[in-house]
Design a protein around this ligand. Structure first.
Ligand code: SAM
Length: 229
């Protein structure tokens, strides 16, 4: 049986043998749209890593980070995700280091911090962005869900409990995301348009892809930005 079987993979992660993990979310097209800074020689942190897609992406030879730490807060979700992270790390021969840590308790100093789809999950998003800022000497790369209905309104806005299940707090429009980052003391240097979420082969993604929004082609839900201290 394949080493990948029996795991409920969250991310599609490329492996050296040419296969990839059968995850629910394929972030590889999104990675091509991130406004990356020069990562050569950088010390990087991936906040809320789950299976580790962004940590492994930061480590990629072509991006050239010197050191990558993958972190996540302790939770039942994360103890399962950590097993998948460890397996992907082993199969990739990666030297990414794992630290159990909440975004509000980041210690140390990093040149670049990546945070993907975590801001929407914290009840104090500006406090989380301030917490990262005190541990960062260079760039923040922030990727988060944006509210498509609020995109139509030309003001910085957020929607509360956008998914109606209590698991998302604030989902901003692109102006709101930018303003939240600025209010936390960062300078926004680059921001993408709305990026499409791409489903992978896992069941949770097939569920998403059967929704009426997917069938109508409404898939753009995220936005990435790069900010400096
Ligand atoms: C939707 S997943 C995103 C995973 C990955 N970063 C990505 O871009 O696909 C959200 C992740 O944020 C983590 N998370 C939620 N609240 C957090 C917090 N307060 N501090 C650190 N991580 C947190 C969860 O454990 C989970 O791994």
């Amino acid at each position: 049986m394949s080493a990948l079987a029996g795991h409920d993979w969250w991310h599609v992660i490329d492996l050296p043998d040419g296969t990839s993990t059968p995850g629910g979310w394929d972030l590889r097209p999104t990675a091509e749209r991130i406004p990356w800074p020069d990562l050569r020689g950088a010390r990087c942190l991936d906040v809320g890593t789950a299976d580790g897609f962004w940590a492994f992406e930061l480590e990629l030879e072509r991006r050239g980070a010197a050191e990558v730490v993958a972190s996540d807060r302790p939770s039942p979700f994360q103890s399962r995700a950590r097993r998948r992270f460890e397996l992907a790390r082993e199969l990739r021969g990666s030297s990414v280091r794992y630290e159990e840590c909440d975004v509000f308790e980041i210690a140390g100093s990093y040149d670049v911090v990546f945070m993907g789809y975590v801001l929407q999950m914290v009840r104090d998003p500006i406090g989380a962005l301030e917490s990262i800022r005190q541990a960062c000497t260079g760039h923040l790369l922030l990727l988060d869900t944006v509210s498509l209905p609020l995109e139509a309104i030309p003001a910085p806005l957020a929607r509360l409990d956008a998914r109606h299940d209590g698991r998302e707090w604030f989902v901003f429009n692109r102006r709101g995301l930018r303003r939240a980052v600025e209010l936390a003391g960062w300078r926004v240097m680059a921001q993408t348009g709305v990026l499409p979420d791409v489903a992978g082969p896992a069941p949770q993604a097939q569920h998403a892809s059967r929704s009426w929004k997917y069938r109508l082609g409404v898939r753009g839900r995220a936005c990435a930005l790069r900010a400096s201290v």
